[in-house]
Design a protein around this ligand. Structure first.
Ligand code: NAD
Length: 475
């Protein structure tokens, strides 16, 4: 299977027949999966012009009708679930089961969010003066640009596309150059449902992304990815005073204070660490455990990690696929080596799985101290660092002692510990007695260096995807 896409502008693909960049199967890197034409700066102006035209019509489509059109598009995406799942697995390696799960989950979220198109968009306010009727209303922002990463190549774009369209905007999406095929397939499917130019795609790496987010015609910029890129995008958007939403990395910790069922707790921790090969912004990466139970938990987690079959995500027996790219494999591998060099003890896992792909074994480092590199930096791989503590104060200080604030979890049945956790844990998403998995109707949000701007999903999206207006009507 080879995908071939270029810029998607005004409902047609600009394929020059070139191959500015290719994608490979990370489970067998000799296999080319996608051949792509990158977007050049001149083409970008035409993409913005077409988005502007499409948005001018779409904003006048009644919200309830917009919702129905979007529902039809989402149904058509679901009908192509198998094709899209295969594209995800071939380009970034996750198992086919996980790829299907990603699509179906993304659709649940999107269906919830598009309901915003038919919900209230303003308030009636008391007037300070006689004879006036006051209200607030919201209008679409206009042309929204989006840049997304490779780890959830359907979920992350849809988390932006669904609210943007529901609120009456056009979107220009730059999917990750590591795994663009699935987003291109969603755009291809949209052709039969959405007005031409409403959903367009530009392709390429950082240079194309930078040109997109700094374009003067971008009314709002939504980005998901690393902190480093997020900082650049914030600066670029500031030059145009464009509204910004940044969803960035995490160094998510789970505090295990007490549990009645250590085995079930270990199941949750391993699932939360290894889903998508640990290439998940909400992955558990630090296990902050009370010293009395640390050895038992280390044993239970090691057993589970050792039982996981690593291999090609197309094989149904495989529980965890490869790292998504050669560069990412090298990054994670070198972080593991640096952690071992700092004195962390490798309780299980190995540097490199056998075979040609970018495989790593699930890895648990024990005896990690909070100030170590492994305990501070986002690894974005199948690596868990175990840190022991003695007091609740110490546990919270370790949990909060990182630059990130995306997700945090606690295992405890003690109400005082739970109360402190939900009041003091510095994270946008807080989980008690389960791992860091989320629901499709809850705001998705980070604090500290994990995010800037409005939360995603559902009601919160109105703050980013619309502008607020005050209206005074005198009869
Ligand atoms: P990345 O920051 O390298 O790239 C993300 C996207 O931005 C890609 O499309 C890339 O081409 C583009 N880009 C790169 N430089 C750019 C620039 N200067 N201007 C505009 N666009 C630019 O991230 P990645 O390696 O693809 O993804 C992994 C990161 O994403 C991790 O840090 C992870 O935590 C984060 N992430 C966060 C969330 C969240 O919701 N908080 C979700 C998933 C992933």
């Amino acid at each position: 299977m080879t995908y071939h896409f270029g810029t998607y502008v005004a409902g047609s693909w600009q394929r020059r027949g070139g191959s500015d960049f290719v994608t490979v199967n990370p489970a067998s890197p000799g296999e080319i999966v996608g051949v792509y034409d990158a977007t050049d700066a001149v083409a970008l102006d035409a993409v913005f012009a077409s988005a502007r035209r499409a948005q001018a019509e779409w904003r006048d489509v009644p919200g309830i009708r917009r919702q129905a059109i979007l529902e039809d598009w989402l149904n058509a995406v679901e009908a192509r679930c198998e094709d899209i799942a295969l594209a995800i697995t071939l380009e970034m390696g996750k198992t086919l089961a996980d790829a299907r799960g990603e699509i179906l989950y993304a659709l649940k979220e999107a269906r919830f969010t598009i309901g915003e198109a038919s919900r209230a968009i303003g308030e009636v306010m008391p007037s300070a003066r006689p004879g006036l009727r006051n209200m607030t209303l919201r209008r679409p922002r206009g042309v929204v640009v989006a840049a997304t990463p490779w780890n959830y190549p359907v979920l992350t774009p849809l988390r932006k596309l669904a609210p943007a369209f529901a609120h009456g905007n056009a979107v220009i999406l730059k999917p990750s150059e590591t795994a663009p095929a699935s987003a291109c397939l969603m755009a291809e499917i949209a052709d039969a449902y959405l007005p031409r130019g409403l959903f367009q795609i530009v392709l390429g790496g950082a240079a194309v992304g930078a040109a997109l987010v700094s374009h003067a015609e971008a009314d709002a910029v939504t980005f998901t990815g690393s902190v480093e890129t997020g900082r650049r995008i914030y600066v670029a958007a500031a030059a145009n005073l464009a509204e910004v939403q940044l969803e960035l990395g995490g160094k998510n910790g789970i505090v295990v204070h007490d549990t009645e069922d250590l085995e079930a707790c270990a199941d949750e921790i391993v699932a939360g660490t290894l889903e998508n090969g640990g290439q998940r912004c909400t992955s558990i990466s630090r296990l902050i455990v009370r010293r009395e139970i640390a050895a038992d938990l280390e044993r239970a987690i090691t057993e589970r990690m050792d039982a996981i079959v690593v291999g090609d995500g197309r094989d149904p027996a495989v529980g965890m696929g490869p790292m998504a790219s050669a560069a990412h494999f090298e990054r994670v591998h070198s972080m593991m080596a640096r952690g071992a060099g700092e004195g962390a003890r490798r309780a299980t896992g190995e540097g490199q799985h056998q075979g040609g792909g970018f495989f790593l074994r699930p890895t648990l480092f024990a005896d990690v101290r909070p100030e170590m590199f492994l305990a501070q930096q986002e690894v974005f791989g199948p690596v868990l660092s175990l840190i022991s503590y003695d007091t609740v104060d110490e546990a919270l200080a370790i949990l909060n002692g990182v630059e990130f604030g995306l997700a945090a979890a606690l295992f405890s049945n003690r109400l005082d510990v739970v109360q402190r956790f939900i009041a003091e844990a510095e994270a946008g998403m807080l989980h008690v007695n389960h791992q860091t998995g989320v629901d499709p109707n809850m705001p998705f949000v980070g604090v500290k260096n994990s995010g800037v701007g409005a939360a995603s999903i559902g009601r919160s999206s109105i703050h980013f995807y619309t502008t607020e207006h005050s209206v005074y009507i005198k009869s």
